[in-house]
Write a protein that binds this ligand. Structure first.
Ligand SMILES: [Zn+2]
Length: 249
């Protein structure tokens, strides 16, 4: 239980992403799973991915404002499909620059939503500097929001575990699947949310294939006794901090 949280409040997940589509491809299953259990999920979407992840719209001759509006609409529909609330920071992408002001806004959001879990990008990505910038600010904000002396509104937070979701080219980002999350029961919801992202239609099948492949690996790691269905779907995560346990399980 986090210090500033009402005892009856539902579990809360905070997802910090650089661009409008990131939370869907990489953590849509975790989000849908939490929401399906009545938990609250807030997505901090730092930019719309208007410059770096909207190539199709630029080729069609759309203006910057039109692209931002379109990506906002897509992200809102995807978040609603998953059962999450999305907060847009409109910080500008390519490049997204880490600033004290943006980190401070994330601290305020941390204190407002009192997360039990934080999801964000890995800290390395040689293909896309916006992703590590978002992750760095997310991790900093999580620590600052715990400090009584940090001058932000709201109650301090606890030390919610952090999970780093799978980047587009995992081997190049030092990513190892340390956690395989079974998202089989919400797979169709994740697929519907992906289909809200028309600007990145080329990724629908890519992330469907990845979900299926991680699902096969989940079954292999779970062993034969869990009674898992023939086809399972999964998402992979890393943990930047040690897992806290009273029993090894
Ligand atoms: Zn991105």
């Amino acid at each position: 239980m986090t210090p500033g949280k009402e005892p009856t409040a539902p579990r809360s997940t905070l997802v910090v992403t650089a661009h409008a589509g990131d939370f869907v491809w990489r953590a849509g299953g975790a989000i849908a799973l939490a929401a399906s259990r009545g938990e609250s999920v807030t997505v901090a979407c730092l930019t719309f991915g208007e410059r770096g992840e909207s190539a199709k719209a630029w080729r069609e001759g759309k203006s910057l404002d039109e692209i931002k509006d379109m990506r906002r609409g897509e992200a809102e529909r995807a978040a609603a499909t998953l059962g999450a609330e999305v907060v847009f920071f409109d910080a500008g992408d390519y490049p997204l620059t880490a600033t004290p002001e943006l980190t401070d806004r994330l601290v305020a959001l941390c204190r407002a939503v009192q997360p039990d879990v934080v999801l964000t990008h890995p800290l390395d990505d040689p293909y896309n500097g916006d992703h590590p910038a978002a992750a760095r600010m997310a991790l900093d904000a999580r620590v600052l929001a715990q400090a009584v002396g940090y001058p932000a509104e709201g109650e301090i937070i606890g030390a919610p575990p952090v999970f780093l979701f799978e980047p587009h080219q995992p081997e190049m980002c030092g990513f190892r699947p340390e956690v395989l999350l079974d998202i089989t029961e919400v797979w169709e919801t994740k697929r519907k949310a992906m289909e809200c992202l028309a600007a990145q239609q080329h990724l629908w099948e890519y992330y469907t294939d990845l979900g299926r492949r991680r699902g096969v690996q989940l079954k292999r790691n779970a062993g034969p006794n869990l009674g898992l269905p023939h086809t399972t779907w999964a998402e992979a995560y890393m943990r930047p901090y040690p897992q806290v346990a009273v029993e090894l399980a």
